[in-house]
Design a protein around this ligand. Structure first.
Ligand code: UDP
Length: 365
């Protein structure tokens, strides 16, 4: 049985690592890894391969940055001959990036079965490019692996046959549990001179937050307000860095500790000891829930409602006062030493990839 995995962007690497490891245990499975090159630099790509023990890709499509249409088209053009030559039984795509939808479309049109890991998540916000990628990818997929029950409901509502849907848990949390002991040895907070539970971590990269000058300035203003309460570490995503330059925002206030995007182990080490995390990332909402660290999501919606219902996540209005107040109450949760109340969502037990491999091997050949 031949399986081709597709990765392209930072969150994909974190998700694919346990799946490849698990399928390696099956001697009758031949795996090939395609890296589309959507993210290609050291900080967003190479470091993840090293730290997460991901094999070197069998092929790099090298598409690079471009507008969404050009990038999607380039990925499709480059992936089609690979698919024709390798003749996989299944193409595995993960998450919701352009590489996910582009390769799913190519495979489906060639009659190759598509497996989507992290299927069914919905923000119901069609202005989000990722939402379009999610819906289209799910419609093209033969096997849909979900991380939470709300995703099953979304898929059933959209008419996906129930036998295609497999609730397996969360591969991102498989990776987190596996690498947490190693991440803890990094002690990044010590190296940065920070006290556990007395600092905030910020990540921002969603187009709705960083592609408009007004939205980005408002968030920076809010972060500056927080930095007067508590130290703030801000690993700046290249997309956000580019926008700061384009908008002529030269330097951020010195009270905000701006750093390059961190490697997985350093970032996990920082998250693990944080007092509060402010983010618009999908994966970080899940990781904070698994770690029991309060998360304030800087968006009007989330496609991961289980992180709010059972985890530590809270949606916060994009208004400086509301954000400041939410930070204050999140930090107060640590004052009696206990931190937030939270439950680990169902099947977030570090064994999602094992379940995925079982399904692929049983019904994939
Ligand atoms: N991450 C990282 N370094 C950083 C910021 C994030 O390693 O400086 C990791 C994070 O732990 C998570 C993944 O990147 O595993 C999330 O990626 P991102 O926020 O880019 O994508 P999203 O989840 O929003 O699709």
């Amino acid at each position: 049985m031949k399986i081709v995995h597709v990765v392209g962007a930072r969150p994909n690497f974190v998700k694919i690592s346990p799946i490849i490891r698990e399928l390696n245990k099956h001697s009758d499975v031949v795996q090939k890894l395609v890296h589309t090159g959507q993210h290609y630099d050291e900080t967003l790509s190479r470091v993840f391969f090293e730290e997460l023990d991901i094999p070197t890709p069998d092929i790099e499509l090298g598409v690079g940055s471009a507008s969404q249409a050009v990038q999607t088209a380039r990925i499709m053009m480059a992936f089609e001959p690979v698919c024709v030559e390798w003749k996989p039984d299944i193409v595995v795509v993960v998450g919701d990036v352009n590489s996910t939808v582009a390769c799913a479309l190519v495979a489906a049109k060639l009659g190759v079965r598509v497996a989507h890991v992290e299927a069914g998540l919905r923000s119901f916000d069609w202005s989000m490019p990722e939402e379009i990628n999610r819906v289209v990818t799910d419609r093209l997929s033969d096997l849909l692996f979900t991380t939470e029950r709300s995703a099953n409901e979304n898929l059933l509502r959209e008419g996906i046959p129930p036998e295609r849907i497999h609730f397996v848990g969360n591969v991102m949390i498989d990776t987190l549990f596996r690498y947490l002991p190693r991440a803890r040895q990094r002690q990044l907070h010590c190296r940065l001179g920070l006290t556990p539970r007395r600092y905030a971590v910020v990540t921002l990269h969603r187009p709705s937050n960083v592609d408009s000058k007004a939205a980005l300035e408002l968030l920076l203003h809010a972060i500056q307000g927080i930095a007067s309460q508590v130290p703030v570490v801000f690993p700046i995503h290249p997309r956000t860095r580019r926008r700061l330059e384009e908008f002529g925002i030269q330097s951020l206030p010195r009270s905000i500790r701006c750093v390059e995007p961190l490697g997985y182990l350093d970032f996990l080490s920082l998250l693990d000891q944080a007092g509060v995390v402010l983010t618009d990332s999908g994966g970080v909402q899940e990781e904070t829930t698994a770690l029991g660290v309060p998360c304030l999501t800087l968006r009007p919606n989330t496609e991961r409602p289980v992180t709010v219902a059972e985890g530590t996540n809270r949606l916060v209005a994009l208004a400086p006062e509301a954000i400041k107040e939410a930070v204050r109450s999140a930090l107060a949760l640590w004052e009696n030493g206990s931190g937030p109340c939270q439950r680990l969502p169902e099947l977030w037990d570090g064994r999602a990839a094992e379940r995925i491999a079982r399904v692929l091997v049983n019904c994939g050949g």
